[in-house]
Design a protein around this ligand. Structure first.
Ligand code: ADP
Ligand code: ASP
Ligand code: MG
Length: 411
């Protein structure tokens, strides 16, 4: 008998019919002799609807009440699933985050889990019930409701699997696994049977939303095997596991993209100590998350340009902070561009193979794309390009690195 955590995303519980199907699947897992903890997201589209309502009232709604609002979507979903399970003859109990001591910090809208209780869930399982837990939400030490960031139910599920020492965390979603590129964008994308935590962590943080980044961090830290699979069929999905020896043989595992950032340039700042600190202190004080940063080599008269990316929704605030500080900094101009995309190639094989960057740049420039920024790590290369080219860039790179060819038939 195993302990299995099963997480169902928004599409998987998008209608009452689908909720009944989820109940049937959970019932089968139980009938096979397993203990089951189920984590669910809000019904498809619900969280977006709630976000929209908040913005209709307040241009900057993020805070305590925003999380109270957003967390409500999951409450509906757990109650409906628990009802459906009861109807299917499986005794079930639903729980909100606070009822199972899902303790987080107080960073509203992107709170981090600090600790997870397991007593209530263990007692529920011991009583022969299925536990149905609201994903995406927690509570801070002062008792305020918090949410874990978009896609956060994945993190709820993996954190619970870690706390309960579950045998597996199954992530049921609207695709049947993790692919070499977003299968909704690239028709030739292929399912990856096994992928390392490290590669998945890069993919998630570089835009592949099939798993939330924090969920992969939890999986890696506590070695929770994660099985991403379809909620609509029984096929074997993709496993996220510790790195295996053969994984380095593949140079590029997958291509991904992120259209959620904006590029800000502060032009003509004096090239002297303290300028970068001033810029990034101002952004940090405003809790704006900075991703890529480049500073040009100094041009004439000891001036330089500082360019960085921030989430699109922070662009207006970042520009006004930079403009407010530009007199003090001595900057000549502040520019923002929200029509950008970050396209990345990821693979642990890059550690032992050279030439990946050169090939990537050749492919993009060959199609007439201008590369605006570049960052690399041991196992990834990211470039910023004009947003309109995103799809083309992903497709060309996918093809150039041989990802639409089955590994065994690759030359
Ligand atoms: P859920 O609501 O079940 O959490 P998400 O929409 O958050 O589902 O994540 C699933 C989606 O992730 C897929 O529909 C797919 O478009 C997208 N995706 C992006 N990159 C990848 C990838 N490399 N492999 C699989 N899916 C991906
Ligand atoms: N319902 C939340 C969202 O839409 C959490 C999740 O789906 O994982 O972001
Ligand atoms: Mg998701």
């Amino acid at each position: 008998m195993a302990l299995i955590v099963q997480k169902f995303g928004g599409t998987s519980v998008g209608t009452t019919e689908r909720i009944k199907n989820v109940a049937a699947r959970v019932a089968r897992t139980r009938a096979a002799g397993n203990d089951v903890v189920v984590v669910v997201s809000a019904m498809a589209g619900e969280t977006n609807r709630l976000v929209k309502l908040a913005y209709e009232i307040d241009a900057q709604p993020i805070g305590r009440e925003y999380d109270v609002l957003l967390a409500s979507g999951e409450q509906v979903a757990i109650a409906l699933l628990a009802l459906a399970l009861d109807r299917a003859g499986v005794p079930a109990r639903s729980f909100l985050g606070h009822q199972i001591s899902m303790i987080t910090d107080t960073t509203h809208s992107r709170a981090r889990i600090e600790s997870v209780g397991s007593d209530v869930l263990r007692a529920t399982l011991a009583a022969g019930h299925v536990a149905v837990v609201a994903g995406f939400q927690g509570i801070d030490k002062a008792g305020n409701i918090t949410t874990l960031g978009r896609g956060g139910s994945d993190t709820t599920a993996v954190a619970l699997a870690a706390a309960l020492k579950a045998d597996v965390c199954e992530i049921y979603t609207d695709v049947d696994g993790i692919y070499t590129a977003d299968p909704n964008l690239v028709r030739g994308a292929r399912k990856i049977p096994r992928i390392s935590y490290e590669e998945m962590l890069e993919l998630a943080s570089l835009g592949a939303k099939v798993l939330q980044t924090r969920s992969v961090e939890f999986g890696m830290k506590y070695e929770v095997p994660i099985h991403v699979r379809s909620s609509f069929d029984e096929s074997e999905g993709s496993w996220v596991v510790p790195e295996e020896e053969t994984m380095e043989q593949v140079v590029v595992r997958a291509v991904t993209y992120d259209r959620s950032e904006a590029r800000i340039s502060v032009l003509g700042v004096p090239d002297r100590p303290g300028v970068a600190a001033t810029v990034f202190d101002a952004l940090a004080d405003a809790e704006i998350v900075v991703d890529m940063i480049i500073q040009n080599a100094s041009h004439e008269h000891g001036h330089t340009d500082l360019t960085f990316t921030v989430p699109k929704e922070s662009a207006v605030e970042a520009v006004s902070l930079m403009e407010a500080g530009s007199a003090r900094l001595g900057a000549s101009e502040v520019r923002a561009d929200t029509n950008i995309a970050k396209v990345s190639v990821v693979g642990v094989g890059m550690r032992s193979h050279s030439g990946v960057a050169a090939k990537m740049f050749r492919v993009l420039s060959g199609a007439g794309m201008n590369i605006q920024m570049i960052t690399t790590s041991e196992i990834k290369i990211s470039v910023v390009i004009e947003e309109a080219y995103t799809e083309l860039a992903v497709r060309l790179l996918h093809q150039a690195f041989g990802l639409d060819v089955a590994p065994e038939s690759a030359a």
